[in-house]
Design a protein around this ligand. Structure first.
Ligand code: ATP
Length: 199
């Protein structure tokens, strides 16, 4: 069941179109990089594919079926800043279990340790919190993950650990990844192919 954007178009308000007639496909288990100039609309495209907002033109299909605007199950989006993606007043055990009850192997693969359970998000580093956000998004219904600059703010060691764990899980579960990044070297290293321009 592919994730497909067909003929997608978006603009904010009455501004110029960020993109029109844009086609993109991610297959199960495929790692696709999305590279483009700053402000070209990569994050916007990610939000459309994840169902955060309905496209102004075109459609998003999962397994050939058109999705409505508010389904977040099969396609999950991970943001650059995990601090903005969690409730700061919840302890991590509650954050982690927001969508599903993570199994031990997923927690271990992403390096999430039990000692963090009673902490609040503000008591974890950015990299630790990002790992938790990734685990939270890897519920049993997840087929595609949109990773929007998910390691851009992390040190190289944390970034390598996160990609190592995530790519392993994605391969095992045949989850398709759309990796949005400014880091061309990273994309070349981890992606099966790179979509470098909007068309
Ligand atoms: N909510 C919004 N209202 C108005 N304009 C917006 C909104 N969100 C984004 N934009 C504008 O739309 C354009 C595309 O933004 P977007 O974040 O999708 O680009 P991007 O390619 O991901 O950029 P970057 O690589 O810098 O993160 C930018 O010019 C941005 O200022």
């Amino acid at each position: 069941m592919p994730l497909e954007g067909k003929g997608l178009g978006w603009r904010y308000g009455s501004g110029d179109w960020l993109f029109q007639s844009l086609n993109i496909t991610v297959l199960p288990g495929e790692v696709v990089g999305l590279f483009g100039p700053s402000g070209s609309g990569k994050s916007t495209l990610g939000r459309l594919l994840a169902g955060y907002m309905p496209p102004m033109q075109g459609e998003v299909l999962v397994g050939g079926k058109r999705r409505s605007g508010h389904e977040h199950d099969a396609v999950q989006l991970i943001h650059q800043h995990p601090q903005l993606a969690v409730n700061p007043g919840w302890r991590m055990k509650r954050v982690l279990c927001e969508g599903w009850r993570p199994d031990d192997s997923t927690l271990a693969a992403m390096g999430v340790i039990p000692g963090w359970s009673d902490r609040f998000p503000g008591e974890l580093s950015g990299g630790q919190l990002q790992r938790c956000c990734i685990v939270r998004a890897l519920g049993p219904d997840t087929r595609y993950l949109i990773a929007d600059e998910i390691t851009a703010m992390l040190d190289a060691v944390s970034a390598v650990q996160i990609w190592h764990g995530l790519l392993r899980i994605a391969e095992e579960r045949r989850i398709g990844l759309l990796v949005i990044s400014h880091d061309q070297a990273l994309l070349e290293r981890i992606c099966d192919r790179i979509v470098a321009e909007f068309h």
